[in-house]
Design a protein around this ligand. Structure first.
Ligand SMILES: [Zn+2]
Length: 227
């Protein structure tokens, strides 16, 4: 595999499953980048699902290639359909249930999470018959509590248990813990949730970070498919 691409496929122990994530050294020029990435992954680029992400809690079950407006999570139980998302600080959430051959890929930023995108995803998975006891989840590189400093406008959306503060009254949010708690609260087993523990702002040498680079920040692409 290209050294600009991280391969998470092995974590899932799911024959035929591909789960990839690009680093900042991957040339990003959407949507052409995803076409190239699908070829590298060994899939046909005309099988792509591309959501137009808008920080919503909108999750769609898809069964054919599509460009989806106003969508931040995609799920499928079809083979040879390539789910994709893009992120730069928000959490890329990879989900797979081998027993029902179902996969999901979620763009989980603070707006999506506080508006329930994780719970919405699990509701949709349940409607497809997904077995939560068997479901594996991986949280990819994203901004963490070391760097996710917020002001009151954002802070007020979060329960106190996910807030960290210092003696100068500054606040940081632990978004990953909130996501993990929501997953476990809904029936996903803690031992089947993996967190890569990589902060995109701390590791800006490897990843794009909106907080570090500002509006001109590039994006990483997450891709997931079953062949
Ligand atoms: Zn950090």
């Amino acid at each position: 595999m290209n050294e600009s691409i991280i391969d998470y496929s092995g974590y899932f122990q799911f024959p035929g499953l591909t789960a990839l994530f690009t680093k900042n050294s991957y040339p990003f020029s959407p949507p052409e980048d995803r076409l190239e990435l699908t070829k590298i992954a060994g899939f046909s680029s005309d099988r792509l699902v591309i959501p137009k992400q808008t920080h919503t809690n909108h999750v769609l079950v898809v069964d054919e290639p599509a460009f989806l407006p106003d969508t931040d999570g995609v799920i499928t139980n079809k083979r040879n359909l390539i789910l994709s998302i893009q992120v730069a600080d928000c959490i890329p959430v990879f989900i797979a249930d081998k027993s029902t051959q179902t996969i999901g890929l979620i763009h989980a930023g603070w707006r999506g999470v506080t508006n329930g995108i994780i719970l919405e995803t699990l509701n949709k998975l349940e409607s497809l018959g997904t077995i939560f006891n068997n479901t594996q989840v991986l949280l990819g590189p994203s901004i963490r509590k070391c760097c996710f400093e917020v002001k009151e406008d954002v802070l007020n959306h979060f329960p106190t248990e996910y807030r960290n503060t210092d003696d100068q009254g500054r606040y940081w949010i632990d978004l990953q813990s909130m996501v993990v708690d929501q997953l476990i609260g809904r029936g996903i087993l803690g031992k089947k949730i993996a967190d890569v523990h990589q902060c995109t702002k701390c590791k800006n040498d490897q990843f794009h970070s909106y907080r570090q680079e500002g509006v001109s920040a590039g994006r990483m692409v997450g891709l997931m498919a079953i062949n």
